[in-house]
Design a protein around this ligand. Structure first.
Ligand code: F58
Length: 834
C-alpha cells in the first residue's frame, strides 16, 4: 500500500456538537428564510431550515478539505457517471458528521421529529438502479477513506420518474425533485464551460507546419456546475459531486433583426433546455437516442475541460497529467471522455497524437456492468459524426491504428482469421461506433463487478480483447456503504451490533465478523429476532399507510425489490405465488407457514412485458389478499415507487432476500448485499455476487437453486431449450400457465396476460421462448422455497443463520471495493486533515 499524505500527525476528531447553537441556527433560518417562527413554519420549511444549519457546518469542512487538496496536490480520481442515485442527503450527512443522535435530541427539544423532517426531502434520484447507486456508495467510501475524488455527472431537472400504481398498472409521474430548491447544492458559475455540438471540422496548417483542426458552424451550450458535498464519516473530509446544468450561451437578442442570429439563438436555447431535462429511465437496455449522446458528451466535455484546466492551474507540464488525474468510466456511457481528452490535448495543447495517446491511455479506466447484448452501446456513425464531428475523426483514427495493431499481432499467427478478429473487435464496424471496444482499447484497466462476471467477460463476451490485453482485465466485486444501509437504515440492529462488538464496523465492516460468537447464543438470537420483528412492524405500518393492505409481521417477509427486468425474473416469483395459492386452495388443510411476498420495482416506461408483470403481481395480490378461504396465509404486496428511501425500511424488515436472476445475467447485484447486512437469508441462483455471498456465509445459510451460469451458457450456445416439454409434463406449471390466459387473474380480459404466457411458451414459434429459463428453474425454485419454510419454522436456527449473514457481510462494504480500486487501479494517497 502507498504511503499517506499527512497534513497533521493526528486524524481530526469530530467536533463536539453544540446543541444550543444548532437550535438557534434552525430558528434563525426559519425566520430569515420564511419570516416565521418555528410554530408557524410547515414541515418543508423546517426541513429547509435544518438542512441549511447542517450545511453551514459542512461548508467549513468542505473548505478545509479543498484547502488540504490544494496544498498537498494529491492524485485525484474523477468518477465519471451518467448516474448518481444519491437518495436523501440530510440523514446521511448527519450520520457521517456523527451528529444524528444529538440533532434528533435537539429537534425533540424544539418539539420536532427528525424522522418526519427527513421525510420532507425528495430523493435525489439521478439514477436508475444498481449502477447509479453503486456510484453513490463509492463517493461515500472515497470520502470516508480520505481519498481525493470528484463525482462528475448531470444535474437532471427530472430524475427517475415516480411510480404510481393505478388499477394495478404502473403510471410514470415526473419527478420534479428541485421544486423546493436543494439546500445542499452550490451553484458554481465561475467554473462554467462551453460545449460544442454539430457543425463541421476545418483543417489548416499553422506557421509551424502543424495541422490545426477547428470546429465551425456548431451550436453550443454553457455547462454550469452545481457542487454537492460528500461528507466522509467522522473524518472532516468533504469531497465534491459536481453535476452539470445546461444554460444557453447567449440570451435572446430581442433587438436583433438578423434572422440567422435569431434562429441560432432559439436553437441554442432549446438545446440547453432539452439536454439536462430528464434521466433516461432504462435499466440494462440501450435505446440509442440522439439526446442521450448529447447528454453524454455534454457532461464529459465539461468535466474533461475542468480536469485539464484544474491540473494546469498548478502544473506546467501537461505530459504528466496522468500522474495527478485518473478517470474511472462508469460503464460505456462516459466513454467519449477518451476522444474528448485526446481532442483537448491535441487541439488546445498542441500535443502530437502519440503524446496525447500516451496520456489518455494512462488516464482512462473502464468498468463493465453488464454482459447483456441489448445493453451494449453502439452509435450509428451517421448520428455520431453529425453530432460530434471532431470527436468522430479522433475515434476513426483510434480505430484505424487499432486495426493495424490487430493485423500486426495476428497476421502471422497460424489458425487465426485476421478479418474475423477485425470484424469482432473493431471500434467502428458495420456502420456503428462500439463504445465498449473503445473503452477497452484506450483504457489502462477494464474491470467487471463480481468474480463470476469478470470471468464471463474474460472467457466469453470480451474473450478476444482479453487475449490481446490480458493485463488490463481485473475484478472489483461491488460493495455497499454500511453507513447508509445499516447505521441509518436500521438503527435498532446497528445499536445491537455495536453493543456486542463495538462500533469499529462503521468504518471497518469486516469487524462485524466478531458477531459470529453470538450466532449460537439463545439470548442474542432472541434479541435479534425481536429487532427484526420491530422492523417488520415498521414496514407493515408503511404498507398499511401506502397500500391499505394489512400484513402480519409474524409472517415470513419474502422480498424482491429491484428494477423490473425479465432477466431478474420477478415473473418466476409471482408464478410461484400463483402455484402456492393453488396448493392452498386444493389442500386447505395444508400446514402452511404464513408468508408475505413483497415486491417493489420500476419498469422502463416502454418495456411492455415488464409493465405487464407489474400488473400481474397486482392482479394476483387482489385475488389472493381478498380470498377469505386461505385465511390470510399468503399476502402479496407491491410497494409503489421503490426508491432509496423506502429501500432502507424494506431491507431492515426482510427475512428472505430474493436474488433469482437467470444465472450469468446479473453482473453483480448490490441489493443482495444490503439484505445480507440486515440479516436476511438469500434465496438465489449462483449468479453475480450471490456466488461470493454464499462463499462467505456458507451454503447452509442460504437457499441456492437453479441452473448454473455455465449450464445457461451451454443451452444458449445450442439454441435454448424446449419449455413445451416442461409445460406438458409438469401439471403444476401447466395449471399456473393456463391461469395466465383463462381469466383467473383478469376476469374481464382473459387475454391480458397472453404476452407473458407467450414469452414463456410461444406456441407460434416466432421467437425463442423462455429465454430466461423460468420454467426450467421453476421446480428447483419451488423446492428451495419449501426449504425456506421448513427453516423458518426452526426459529433458533433461523436466527443463527440470520446473525451469521450479518456477521459474514464484511467483504461487501464499498470501503473494501474502493480500497481495491485505489490499490490496484488508481494508486491514490490518503489525505488526513488537520
Ligand atoms: C447494474 N447495471 C447491473 N445498469 O445490472 C448489476 O448487476 C450491478 O450490480 C450494478 O450495475 C452495479 O455494478 C445497471 O444498473 C443500468 O442501469 C444502465 C443505466 C443506463 C442504460 C443502460 C443500463
Amino acid at each position: 500500500m502507498k504511503k499517506s499524505v499527512v497534513a497533521s500527525e493526528k486524524p481530526v476528531k469530530a467536533k463536539e456538537f453544540d446543541k444550543e447553537l444548532f437550535k438557534r441556527s434552525v430558528e434563525y433560518n426559519v425566520r430569515t428564510l420564511y419570516r416565521k417562527n418555528l410554530e408557524e413554519a410547515d414541515a418543508q420549511q423546517i426541513f429547509q431550515a435544518v438542512s441549511y444549519a447542517i450545511k453551514d457546518r459542512i461548508v467549513e469542512n468542505w473548505m478545509e478539505t479543498q484547502k488540504a487538496y490544494e496544498k498537498e496536490d494529491p492524485k485525484m480520481v474523477y468518477y465519471m457517471s451518467m448516474e448518481f442515485l444519491m437518495g436523501r442527503a440530510l440523514g446521511n450527512n448527519l450520520i457521517n458528521l456523527k451528529a444524528y443522535k444529538p440533532v434528533a435530541e435537539a429537534l425533540e427539544e424544539l418539539g420536532l421529529d427528525l424522522n418526519l423532517i427527513e421525510d420532507q426531502e425528495p430523493d435525489a434520484a439521478l439514477g436508475n438502479g444498481g449502477l447509479g447507486r453503486l456510484a453513490a456508495c463509492f463517493l461515500d467510501s472515497l470520502a470516508t477513506l480520505g481519498y481525493p475524488a470528484y463525482g462528475c455527472g448531470i444535474r437532471y431537472r427530472y430524475g427517475m420518474f415516480k411510480q404510481e400504481i393505478r388499477d394495478g398498472y404502473q403510471v410514470e409521474v415526473p419527478d420534479n425533485w428541485l421544486m423546493n430548491g436543494n439546500p445542499f447544492e452550490l451553484r458554481r458559475p465561475e467554473y462554467a464551460k462551453i460545449v460544442k455540438f454539430g457543425g463541421y471540422v476545418s483543417v489548416h496548417t499553422d506557421e509551424n507546419g502543424r495541422n490545426v483542426f477547428t470546429q465551425e458552424g456548431y451550436q453550443s451550450v454553457k455547462a454550469v456546475p452545481f457542487d454537492f458535498p460528500i461528507v466522509g464519516y467522522g473524518n472532516g473530509i468533504v469531497n465534491t459531486l459536481r453535476i452539470w446544468d445546461a444554460e444557453p450561451v447567449e440570451c435572446f437578442q430581442l433587438d436583433s433583426f438578423d434572422k440567422g442570429d435569431y434562429q441560432k439563438a432559439v436553437e441554442q436555447e432549446n438545446l440547453a433546455r432539452n439536454i439536462v431535462e430528464v434521466l433516461y429511465p432504462n435499466d440494462n437496455h440501450y435505446a440509442g437516442k440522439e439526446l442521450r449522446l448529447k447528454q453524454q458528451y455534454f457532461f464529459i466535455s465539461a468535466s474533461v475541460q475542468e480536469a485539464v484546466e484544474k491540473y494546469m492551474r498548478k502544473h506546467d507540464d501537461i505530459h504528466k497529467f496522468y500522474e495527478k488525474v485518473t478517470f474511472q468510466l462508469n460503464d460505456t456511457h462516459p466513454t467519449v471522455a477518451i476522444a474528448e481528452l485526446m481532442r483537448v490535448l491535441m487541439d488546445d495543447y498542441y500535443l502530437t497524437w502519440e503524446e496525447a495517446w500516451e496520456i489518455t491511455t494512462k488516464t482512462c479506466a473502464y468498468t463493465n456492468h453488464t454482459i447483456m447484448a441489448e445493453a451494449l452501446e453502439k452509435w450509428p456513425i451517421e448520428l455520431f459524426s453529425r453530432l460530434l464531428p471532431r470527436i468522430y475523426q479522433i475515434v476513426e483514427e483510434i480505430n484505424r491504428r487499432f486495426i493495424l495493431d490487430i493485423q500486426q499481432k495476428y497476421s502471422n499467427v497460424p489458425g487465426v482469421d485476421v478479418q474475423e478478429k477485425i470484424r469482432k473487435m473493431a471500434i467502428i464496424y458495420d456502420g456503428q461506433v462500439k463504445m465498449a471496444h473503445m473503452a477497452i482499447v484506450a483504457g489502462y484497466s477494464v474491470n467487471g463487478v463480481a468474480r463470476l462476471h469478470t470471468e464471463i467477460l474474460k472467457t466469453q463476451e470480451l474473450k478476444d480483447f482479453y487475449e490481446m490485453f490480458p493485463e488490463r482485465f481485473n475484478n472489483k466485486t461491488n460493495g455497499i456503504t454500511q453507513r447508509r444501509f445499516l447505521l441509518h437504515a436500521n438503527p435498532l440492529l446497528a445499536d445491537w451490533v455495536t453493543a456486542h462488538v463495538g462500533d469499529d464496523w462503521i468504518t471497518d465492516l469486516p469487524q462485524i465478523s466478531r458477531l459470529k460468537v453470538y450466532a449460537d447464543d439463545k439470548k442474542a438470537q432472541q434479541e435479534f429476532m425481536n429487532i427484526k420483528y420491530q422492523n417488520k412492524v415498521r414496514l407493515a405500518k408503511y404498507i398499511l399507510e401506502h397500500n391499505g393492505i394489512e400484513v402480519d409481521p409474524r409472517s415470513i417477509f419474502d422480498v424482491q425489490v429491484k428494477r423490473l427486468h425479465e432477466y431478474k425474473r420477478q415473473l418466476l416469483n409471482i408464478l410461484h405465488v400463483m402455484y402456492l395459492y393453488n396448493e392452498l386452495k386444493e389442500h386447505p388443510e395444508l400446514d402452511f407457514y404464513p408468508r408475505t411476498f413483497i415486491f417493489g420495482a420500476k419498469a422502463a416506461a416502454g418495456y411492455r412485458n415488464a409493465k405487464l408483470t407489474i400488473k400481474l403481481i397486482n392482479s394476483v395480490a387482489d385475488v389472493v389478499n381478498n380470498d377469505p378461504a386461505i385465511n390470510g396465509k399468503i399476502k402479496v404486496v407491491f410497494i409503489e415507487n421503490y426508491n432509496v428511501s423506502n429501500a432502507e425500511i424494506i431491507f431492515a424488515a426482510a427475512d428472505v432476500s430474493e436474488q433469482i436472476s437467470t444465472a450469468s445475467k446479473e453482473a453483480s447485484g448490490t441489493g443482495n448485499m444490503k439484505f445480507m447486512l440486515n440479516g436476511a437469508l438469500t434465496l438465489g441462483t449462483m449468479d453475480g455476487a450471490n456466488v461470493e455471498i454464499v462463499e462467505e456465509v456458507g451454503e447452509e445459510n442460504a437457499f441456492i437453486f437453479g441452473l448454473s451460469a455455465q449450464e445457461v451458457i451451454n443451452y444458449e450456445n445450442h439454441g435454448g431449450y424446449d419449455p413445451m416439454e416442461i409445460f406438458n409434463n409438469d401439471q403444476d406449471v401447466r395449471k399456473v400457465l393456463m391461469q395466465l390466459i383463462n381469466g383467473t387473474y383478469a376476469p374481464g380480459d382473459p387475454e391480458l396476460f397472453r404476452p407473458l404466457y407467450n414469452s414463456l411458451l410461444n406456441t407460434q414459434c416466432t421467437a425463442k421462448a423462455d429465454t430466461y429459463f423460468i420454467l426450467k428453474d421453476f421446480k428447483s425454485y419451488a423446492e428451495a422455497q419449501k426449504k425456506v419454510e421448513a427453516a423458518y419454522r426452526d426459529e433458533d436456527n433461523w436466527a443463527k443463520s440470520a446473525i451469521l449473514n450479518v456477521a459474514c457481510s464484511g467483504k461487501f462494504t464499498s470501503d473494501r471495493t474502493i480500497q481495491q480500486y485505489v490499490d490496484e487501479i488508481w494508486h491514490l494517497d490518503k489525505v488526513v486533515l488537520k
